[in-house]
Design a protein. Structure first.
Length: 289
């Protein structure tokens, strides 16, 4: 079966088959870009910033379905096992679907355990085949989320700007009909989460275990018991000392060997990035004890 995704809008004018022209065009273009950036990473293990740079695949489109505001895209190219389009049953088809779902959920404020959603799947498939690029890992997926932020804002335009729609749905589809939802329902709340980020002016003290870290970007994730999840973090420029980086790397290493190891814990002071409604998005670490 083809690797086919659909984006549809409902509510307000969309129920009468009408959307603001500019907002509809922006949303469907953003839909294509999120698919293209995800496909390039899954196929090549690299991050791109512009959809035309996509290599090894092509994002094709069916005509807009009459009587509705639904766009249907087909991922074609190297993801395929045979035929002209990617197969949802292929190894890379499975990885693409899981990665796209993870990116949408994480970017729009719905935490998903990376290992359960994608990490274990990558390990299993790597034991079976060599088609999965070595560069495809949690750090690259987190970078992909950042590169997709502006597109995900544009996906919301019919909802957030002209308000000619109330909700949007993305999902795996067959013959244009969504068979499995991908990511959360798009609405004004998901828009506000990704669109508004506020930096606190008062630091907080936390203890956690580093679960991922990129030495090039000084970004990673740290599991904090109080939050019940790994929280993205960035080391502030003043905290990027050899001592602090050593503590980060040591925590990551200890946590990877034994996630119950108390020696993996670090105490840190951070400012918080929060959404409009006060939900924690990430930490800006300013010091490590």
């Amino acid at each position: 079966m083809a690797l086919e995704f659909a984006l549809s809008f409902e509510g307000a004018s969309a129920d009468n088959n009408l959307l603001d022209f500019y907002d509809a065009a922006a949303a469907f273009s953003a839909f294509q870009r999120t698919l293209a950036l995800t496909a390039h990473l899954v196929i090549n293990g690299e991050i791109i910033t512009q959809a035309p740079a996509l290599k090894g695949a092509q994002i094709l489109s069916y005509p807009i379905e009459p009587g509705s505001w639904k766009a249907v895209a087909v991922v074609a190219g190297t993801l395929m096992l045979s035929g002209a389009v990617a197969s949802r049953d292929s190894v890379l088809g499975h990885i693409f679907t899981s990665a796209y779902d993870y990116v949408l959920n994480e970017a729009l404020g719905f935490h998903v355990d990376f290992n359960k959603a994608l990490g274990e799947q990558l390990e299993e498939y790597r034991r079976q085949t060599d088609v999965i690029p070595k560069g495809l890992d949690e750090g690259k997926i987190q970078a992909l989320i950042e590169k997709n932020e502006n597109s995900l804002k544009d996906l919301h335009r019919p909802i957030s700007q002209s308000r000619t729609a109330e909700t949007g749905t993305i999902g795996l589809s067959q013959g244009g009909k969504i068979t499995r939802k991908t990511g959360p329902t798009l609405n004004i709340e998901t828009y506000e989460y990704i669109n508004v980020t506020r930096l606190s002016d008062r630091p907080i003290h936390r203890t956690g275990k580093v679960s991922s870290y990129n030495t090039n970007t000084f970004k990673g994730r740290i599991y904090v018991e109080e939050e019940g999840r790994p929280v993205p973090f960035t080391l502030s420029e003043t905290s990027r000392t050899p001592r602090n980086i050593s503590k980060i790397v040591r925590s990551l290493s200890s946590n990877a060997i034994d996630r119950f190891d108390s020696q993996a814990e670090i105490e840190f002071e951070a400012l918080t990035f929060e959404s409009k409604n006060g939900r924690l998005k990430s930490y800006l670490i300013i010091s490590i004890k």
